[in-house]
Design a protein around this ligand. Structure first.
Ligand code: PLP
Ligand code: COI
Length: 363
């Protein structure tokens, strides 16, 4: 379409962060606090379509207080990483999947759908502009955050007629402080994340807002992360606030909750399923009940469990607690299969292993 052929107007940041200061910030960036010199903006208006594509200096936005997103939360985002390869070039991992999921999220939130070609080009432009911000530390990457919100100034409750799409980028290291060997989970009893027919499969800001009280409770209870159960039976394990979950059994099989509309279809989840199937593992996408998980952990049938996502990569689950129970998994550290799958995934992402599925896009 004509939209997809929009050309980006590039205005380099006239006062970028000096190289020595940038180098300092990249030593130990943590997650989501160090930002780069540029940002992408593209506007949408009903009747006009996508227009005004720009790459320019990262800067604050000015918004009218009646901007629709501030009231009704019509907002979606994506999360993806650009990696530095051994030869110094940069690469994206399965960016088309993010482009597709962004459209799916937009459709669910009754927003304008950004053409996938335009999404992909915006990401490439951003990485080209700020490639010097990819940290060279182990596990470092440039975390790209495309997002879009209702920018129409209107208080009526309806799908907006105007949207602003943006990409910002953040230099990141490990998501969990101190690169924890495993995370402890709190099983939320009072809260659920998503119900059938709701927005659980969309990557919209509202899902994360709704998860925060539960996450805060997990922290109060001395756990690292909350894990949500299904909203209907309050029994089946769904996912964490920002990660999918996997279970590894003593017969070598692995299991993950099915995509039924209430969990986010993770690209890491899908990649691990492909890697596992390719090496002949038995893989089930099937519901797993919390009481079964406890019984399996205690009998030794369940050997390992892990959470996965772009930000957290693959993170072992060490223990699970709720008001009326507590159990540990394996020896509390990474299990053998967890480590193997993680190493395979990271090896492909970093260009250190063969890429039989053509997942890497080199820039
Ligand atoms: N589940 C939720 C709720 C998430 O926010 C994320 C992170 O994006 C994931 C799962 C994992 O998705 P992906 O592997 O595509 O990053
Ligand atoms: C991601 O892994 O990209 C996420 O979105 C998780 C969290 C940072 C929201």
């Amino acid at each position: 379409t004509a939209d997809a052929e929009l050309t980006f107007e590039f205005t380099p940041n006239a006062s970028p962060v000096p190289a020595n200061e940038r180098a300092e910030r990249l030593v130990n960036p943590g997650f989501g606090r160090v930002f780069t010199d540029h940002m992408v903006t593209i506007r949408y208006a009903e009747g006009k379509g996508w227009h005004d594509a720009k790459v320019g200096a990262r800067a604050p936005l000015t918004l009218d207080p009646a901007t629709s997103v501030l009231h009704y939360a019509q907002e979606i985002f994506e999360g993806m990483k650009a990696y530095r390869l051994a030869d110094g070039s940069a690469a994206l991992f399965r960016p088309r999947e993010n482009a597709r999921r962004f459209r799916d999220s937009a459709r669910r939130m009754a927003m304008a759908e950004l053409p996938e070609a335009l999404f992909l080009e915006s990401i490439r432009q951003m990485v080209r502009a700020d490639r010097d911000w990819i940290p060279e530390i182990e596990g470092g990457a440039l975390y790209l955050r495309p997002f879009m919100f209702a920018s129409e100034v209107f208080l009526g409750v309806k799908p907006a007629a105007e949207y602003l799409y943006m990409v910002i980028a953040s230099s990141v290291g490990a998501y969990f402080k101190g690169g924890a060997p495993s995370v402890s989970l709190w099983v939320s009893q009072d809260y659920t994340r998503a119900a059938p027919g709701g927005t659980g499969a969309a990557k919209c800001g509202g899902n994360y807002a709704a998860s925060l009280a539960a996450q805060a409770e997990a922290i109060r209870r001395g756990c690292d992360q909350v894990i949500f159960l299904d909203a209907v039976e309050r029994r089946y394990v769904e996912e964490l606030g920002g990660m999918n979950t996997f279970f590894v059994f003593d017969d070598g099989s692995i299991q993950t909750p099915p995509l039924g509309g209430t969990i986010l279809p993770g690209i890491t989840r899908d990649s691990l399923l492909v890697l596992a199937r390719a090496q002949g593992l038995t893989v089930r996408e099937a519901p797993y009940a919390i009481d079964q998980w406890k019984a399996d952990a205690e009998s030794g049938r369940l050997r390992e469990a892990f959470a996965c996502g772009t930000a957290a990569v693959v993170t072992p689950i060490g223990s699970v607690a709720s008001p009326d129970m507590r159990f540990s998994i394996g020896n509390g550290g990474p299990g053998e299969l967890t480590e193997r799958l993680r190493d395979q995934l990271v090896g492909i992402q970093r260009g250190e292993l063969p890429d039989p599925h053509n997942w890497l896009e080199r820039l």
